[in-house]
Design a protein. Structure first.
Length: 267
């Protein structure tokens, strides 16, 4: 008997791949199975040069609320197995966050609902976050005597500043989509009914760009968060040597001179 998938993967037209967290009954809470399926999808994206952009989204009222620690997911507070299960869940989540962070293709997150705790870390590991107006963001782990151990302690302050990140976690705060936009947790807020179309619109715009240049820009900016100006300039020099001689760079120049839209091929 087949097991229901917790994360679906499909490819749209125009070089866009979509990963959908599909556990609406658990508000998108992740499981080891889900993490494996997301990692498999990201591996497929990485190996397929025809895929230029990834969309990550959820279903129902929740995007992702962190790890599923319910008895139905294999947890039992009265057995030692809980410790091993929790460690497996955290390590799997860490692998997903790391894979998203390292992926050298743009990832657009369509936050359809609640994104808290590990779910917020998952969204922040993406490059852009388009939020439905009814979505909510935050971290409530401290309320249960826990902590943001799925990457949040690293991602939160880099996104919203230390003081705001500390306040959110220490006071277990959650925010509506407009407040999340003001704090930098969301990139854009749209009406619920427009979330899919707006996300695909942005993804298509990214997919129409020069793939080599976009991949280089993403990796340079990611590394710049952890490096000195001198190191960042060195990365830029190396990237120019890689992207500059490409066919796409020549096409971009020709299109500019001919006053037409460029046709990038990723070569």
């Amino acid at each position: 008997m087949s097991t229901r998938r917790h994360a679906r993967y499909d490819v749209l037209n125009g070089g866009i791949a979509r990963i959908t967290i599909d556990r609406p009954e658990r508000l998108g809470a992740y499981t080891p199975q889900m993490c494996t399926e997301i990692l498999d999808a990201l591996r497929a994206v990485r190996l397929d040069d025809a895929i230029r952009v990834v969309v990550l989204t959820g279903t129902g009222r929740g995007f992702c609320t962190g790890g599923d620690v319910s008895p139905d997911a294999g947890f039992d507070a009265h057995t030692a197995r809980q410790i091993g299960r929790a460690r497996e869940l955290r390590e799997d989540a860490h692998a997903v966050i790391t894979a998203l962070h390292k992926l050298d293709k743009p990832v657009v997150c369509a936050v359809n609902g609640i994104a808290v705790n590990g779910g917020l870390a998952l969204a922040l590991a993406c490059d852009l976050r388009i939020a439905a107006e009814t979505a909510r963001f935050g971290d409530t782990s401290a309320r249960a005597g826990l902590l943001p151990d799925e990457g949040g302690a690293w991602l939160f302050p880099r996104t919203m500043g230390y003081d705001r990140a500390f306040r959110m976690v220490a006071l277990s705060e959650t925010y509506d989509a407009q407040t999340a936009l003001e704090l930098g947790l969301a990139t854009e807020v749209v009406a619920d009914d427009d979330l899919d179309s707006r996300t695909v619109e942005i993804a298509r715009s990214l997919a129409a760009g020069a793939p080599l240049a976009l991949r280089a820009v993403k990796m340079m900016m990611r590394r710049a968060l952890e490096s000195t100006l001198e190191s960042s300039l060195g990365d830029a020099q190396q990237a120019v040597l890689w992207v500059g001689p490409s066919a796409d760079a020549a096409e971009g120049k020709a299109a500019f001179l001919e006053k037409r839209a460029p046709r990038f091929t990723g070569h």
